[in-house]
Write a protein that binds this ligand. Structure first.
Ligand code: 2AL
Length: 243
């Protein structure tokens, strides 16, 4: 099968990192097609970044559709434009936050989330509530590591991340930890070994869910909320969306 792996920020280095993680967890028959927008913020860390990144992200979903991909992954922990992408796509669209929460809830009664900036805490909290995982989350913790500092993470930042994971376990009672950024996907093995607790990376979780849905022949329902978008004229730079 073909999985389009969309990094909605414009950091090509981050796309490369997540593509390595995605390929490491994918079946050998799965083709991972990494995709980075040409326009938009270098990292997504607040509502403004998300809003600007969303239009380019939807263009990439359309591109993936033209390439007949079997699933799209939105690899940013805020799951930006996920509902809009599902309206556009026929194939499944999987956000890495939702994928990670789903996987974590299968192997732990309470999981913790360790993310980047404190500024992004409400985003994770809103998503937990939206997806119905709030009661199974022991808490969301921030490291205050900017997303772009994860590209070449130094030991100081890694220790910060590990400290928050330990605090999630010891103070909050987390039985598993969800890493709250696609740029952390390459740290999952090291953290798993050092902390002896399940560590869930949303990119790998999304790949495995995409493969499962494909093998079961399940696609996005086109009835109701994820039905086709409403036809109308679009003006100016969005004229290509006119139907
Ligand atoms: C993210 C992420 O996964 N990619 C990005 O640009 N921002 N998430 C986050 N919590 O900051």
């Amino acid at each position: 099968m073909k999985i389009q792996l969309i990094n909605p920020n414009t950091s090509a280095d981050m796309t490369d990192t997540m593509a390595i993680s995605a390929r490491a967890s994918a079946l050998s028959s799965t083709q991972i097609i990494p995709s980075t927008p040409e326009h938009g913020p270098k990292s997504i860390e607040c509502a403004f970044d998300e809003a600007i990144a969303s239009a380019a992200l939807l263009d990439l979903i359309e591109q993936g559709k033209q390439q007949n991909v079997d699933a799209h992954i939105i690899a940013c922990f805020g799951d930006p434009a996920l509902d809009a992408a599902r309206e556009l796509a026929d194939a499944p669209v999987i956000g890495i936050a939702e994928a990670a929460f789903q996987m974590a809830s299968l192997i732990s009664y309470r999981f913790g989330v360790v993310t980047t900036l404190s500024r992004t805490l409400p985003t994770s909290e809103h998503l937990l509530s939206k997806y119905g995982h709030q009661t199974h989350c022991s808490g969301v913790r921030a490291t205050d590591i900017p997303v772009l500092a994860l590209e070449n993470i130094d030991n100081k930042a890694y220790q910060l991340l590990k400290t928050e994971c330990l605090a999630a376990m010891e103070e909050d009672g987390a039985e598993a930890i969800v890493l709250g950024c696609a740029g952390m996907s390459n740290l999952v093995n090291k953290l798993s070994k050092e902390l002896s607790i399940p560590i869930i990376d949303g990119v790998s979780a999304a790949v495995k869910l995409a493969e499962s849905l494909h093998q079961l022949g399940l696609k996005t329902s086109k009835t109701g909320q994820y039905g086709k978008r409403i036809s109308k004229p679009f003006i100016g730079r969005y004229a290509h969306w006119t139907q």
